[in-house]
Ligand binder design. Structure first.
Ligand code: ADP
Ligand code: MG
Length: 357
């Protein structure tokens, strides 16, 4: 299988002031499932289209393994792509939709039939081969689009927000379906989404993008628990960000050293994996589910509002120094709005974001 390497990619569209991709370096390993995650307009689709060959970068190279494909037309790249709107041919049956790319590539009749049957079985649409797209549900059309991308036996699979048009339940089923299929085929995959839960659940690694740049590229757990910038902390899940100053290191043991950070809440223990100087200004991020109400907890705040979400309850808590915190608990641990509550959190769940990181 294939490694993808994007090296210094840059793309400015004619007539726009800001580049859609500022500078992008990204290297995958073979068989990896990578998500490009970021808000609308951050350059995800443009990146994917540069890889597919529908756009050409102004600068930088695109490589598959060690082959430079930057200047090849799309049909010479052996890349399968699935678009958000499926882009199926409405006047062709499912089987004909799949045959199209094979005919273009000069695949013989017998081989074509075998490959179409195989890929339809993979996406569980064997009985739908003679239907037209309009006779299929949205989820089935999406699977045809996936089959059409895979039938050419591509070296790389690209998916651009393929689940955006599906309803919530089907979307969750399709996450698993696509990931399992990708593993079985063993194909390196770039997956574009603005949905952070989707990216977390599906990916080996997540590339977080903002404003045409790569902010952080790491395994989902690291992106979530150890954000490298305030932007990543903000974009991934909801995070509490607390300004503070480094007082000193309190514990060098454990997977990451613990520092004492002076904040408006009081002194807070938080972890970091780089050396920090005393007095240095930092932010501490604490996930809402890492805070618990506890009578003898070291911090206090005023519960302003409580939101019941079913499996969890969220509280907005106003603390000293104007610091507001979001606290998520199990329903059995809920606090009522209007009370003053003490709380604590595990130092392992507070992570430092340093300005110079
Ligand atoms: P995303 O997929 O992350 O939402 P895009 O890659 O589609 O972002 O777009 C990135 C930026 O490039 C946006 O500001 C968008 O308006 C601009 N852009 C995208 N395609 C074109 C185009 N064909 N011509 C001009 N500007 C474009
Ligand atoms: Mg897009």
């Amino acid at each position: 299988t294939t490694r993808v390497s994007l090296d210094g990619l840059r793309k400015t569209f004619a007539g726009s002031a800001a580049p859609a991709i500022q500078h992008l370096d990204l290297n995958t390993v073979e068989g990896e499932f990578i998500s490009l995650l970021g808000p609308s307009g951050c350059g995800k689709t443009t990146t994917l289209r540069c890889v597919a060959g529908f756009e050409f970068p102004d600068q930088g190279r695109v490589r598959l393994n060690d082959e430079d494909i930057t200047d090849l037309p799309p049909e010479k790249r052996d890349i399968g792509m699935v678009f958000q709107n499926y882009a199926l041919f409405p006047h062709l049956t499912v089987a004909r939709n799949l045959a199209f790319g094979l005919e273009m590539r000069g695949v013989g009749k017998a081989d074509m039939k075998r490959r179409i049957d195989e890929v339809l079985a993979m996406v569980q649409l064997t009985t739908m081969a003679e239907r037209y797209p309009r006779q299929l549900s949205g989820g089935q059309q999406q699977r045809v689009a996936l089959a059409r991308a895979l039938v050419i036996e591509p070296r790389l699979l690209l998916l651009d927000e393929p689940l955006a048009n599906l309803d919530a339940v089907l979307r969750e089923d399709m996450r698993v379906f696509i990931r399992e299929l990708q593993k079985r085929v063993g194909i390196t995959t770039l997956y574009v989404t603005h949905d952070q839960a989707e990216a977390m659940v599906m990916s080996d690694r997540v590339a977080v993008m903002l404003g045409g740049r790569l902010l952080q590229f790491d395994v989902p757990e690291a992106i979530y628990l150890r954000p490298r910038s305030i932007e990543v902390a903000r974009f991934i899940g909801r995070s509490n960000l607390i300004e503070g100053r480094v007082e000193g290191m309190t514990d060098a043991a454990g997977p990451y050293p613990t520092y004492r950070i002076r904040t408006p809440l009081g002194d807070v223990p938080a972890c970091y994996d780089q050396p920090l100087a005393s007095g240095q200004a930092v932010h501490v991020t604490i996930r809402p589910e890492a805070i618990r109400f506890q009578n003898d907890g070291p911090y206090t705040g005023h519960v302003q509002a409580t939101y019941f979400l079913g499996s969890t309850v969220e509280h907005t808590v106003q603390c000293a120094g104007g610091q507001s915190l979001l606290v998520q608990t199990a329903p059995s641990q809920r606090m009522d709005a209007g009370v003053t509550a003490a709380f604590a959190f595990d130092p392992g769940h507070a992570w430092i974001v340093a300005a110079d990181a």
